[in-house]
Design a protein around this ligand. Structure first.
Ligand code: SAH
Ligand code: SF4
Length: 370
């Protein structure tokens, strides 16, 4: 990260193009300078002001003195044994750490990024939930994770193609920063990430879902991303336990919001279901899930639980997964069983940070570590 001496630094990735233009105008620079800087930041992915050779030296010096380009430092890296998934623990300027995961699929190069340090929701099976909430990320800190992954792919001659907001934190409890970051990433004159290549996973913050539907509808500046809902249970009694926010937004309220979203955007919604043996893998839950989804533009992602230190649950045996999916098939509910990428590298959100803390900063020895 580039440091500034100023008491209240300006984080460049926090600014959109109009804000950057205003800043440089205040410094007496012509409008086109902002566009030039924008291209260094989002097309060349540069973090070194000295490399911005088409900017006058005086401007480069002032930028270096008064602004900061967020560049979180890698403090730990784990690679899956198949080499297709890598997880980086990144340290922010205040010393907090967050996780990003880089995943290589046949055609996609995906970055899974965090939106908060910790999370206030407290889903018991989730390593991030187990650590509690620490703080929101700034939009620039969210942008910086995407650019970190993009640089890593670029160094291997590849291009980042997809972004999933499924790392640490609840994106719709930090929605202004998240939406601002997504706008920056999808800017046609900058990073140019395709809107449809972004998936936002939420635990079901209803006002946030309504806001997403509104954003998607805006005629020229619409933000059309894929919405994934972490459902995990199809009865209120069970969901209250697994996803405590259900006490505030219960299943009826949540599904009302999802129907509204589909109606307004015409887009399919994904439902995430972490299968936990003896907890939510019963035919009764599958039946209740099917009843909710019949006739809806929906898709179910079944993810066998990735065990975490603070939760005794285990993934179901394959035969029990089959019993569950047979019910979905009977009701013609489309589903995918997602073998979670990189179980051997603790790829569920929050797990590397948890490991790292437990090991006093480094990660546990029995993991394949770079
Ligand atoms: N807070 C958001 C996004 C981050 S979590 C949300 O909950 O949707 C991303 C996904 O990982 C969620 O579907 C979450 O339920 C799931 N997840 C968390 N811990 C897991 C674990 N140990 N095993 C399987 N899935 C898990
Ligand atoms: Fe937070 Fe999502 Fe983890 Fe639940 S699953 S505690 S909402 S990060």
């Amino acid at each position: 990260m580039t440091r500034a001496n100023d008491r209240s630094p300006i984080y460049l990735y926090d600014l959109n193009l109009p804000a950057l233009t205003a800043l440089l105008a205040k410094w007496g620079e012509p409008t086109y300078r902002a566009r030039q800087l924008w291209e260094w930041l989002y097309i060349h992915l540069t973090t070194d002001f000295d490399a911005m050779t088409n900017l006058p030296r005086t401007l480069r010096t002032r930028l270096a003195a008064e602004t900061i380009i967020d560049r979180p430092q890698i403090v730990d890296t784990l690679r899956s044994t198949d080499g297709e998934t890598r997880k980086d623990l990144l340290q922010l300027s205040d010393g907090e750490t967050i996780e990003v995961v880089l995943m290589r699929y046949t055609r996609r190069r995906t970055a899974c990024i965090s939106t908060q340090v910790g999370c206030s929701i407290g889903c018991p099976f989730c390593a991030t939930g187990q650590m509690g909430f620490r703080r929101n990320l700034r939009s620039g800190e969210i942008v910086a994770q995407v650019l970190h992954c993009a640089r890593e792919w670029r160094a291997q001659g590849e291009r980042l193609s997809n972004v999933v907001l499924m790392g640490m934190g609840e994106p719709l409890l930090n929605s202004e920063a998240v939406f601002a970051a997504l706008r920056r990433m999808t800017d046609e004159n900058g990073f140019r990430l395709g809107q449809r290549r972004i998936t936002l996973s939420t635990v079901g913050i209803v006002p946030g879902i309504v806001r997403l539907a509104e954003l998607a509808e805006q005629p020229h500046s619409g933000l059309q991303i894929t919405l994934a809902i972490s459902l995990h249970a199809a009865t209120d009694a069970l969901r209250n336990r697994l996803v405590p926010i259900n006490r505030r937004y219960n299943l009826d309220t949540l599904f009302q919001a999802c129907h509204h979203y589909i109606q307004r955007t015409g887009r399919r919604v994904s439902f995430e279901w972490a299968l936990i043996a003896g907890v939510n893998d019963s035919a009764i839950q599958a039946q209740a899930l099917a009843a909710r989804l019949v006739g809806m533009q929906a898709h179910v992602n079944l993810i066998p639980l990735n065990p975490t230190d603070g939760y005794a649950g285990r993934p179901p045996a394959p035969a029990d997964i089959e019993t569950f999916t047979a019910v979905l098939e009977r009701h013609h509910i489309p589903y995918t069983i997602r073998l979670r990428r990189g179980v051997d590298i603790q790829a569920s959100c929050g797990q590397l940070r948890q490991r790292s803390a437990a090991a006093g900063g480094g990660s546990s020895k029995n993991l394949s570590k770079s």
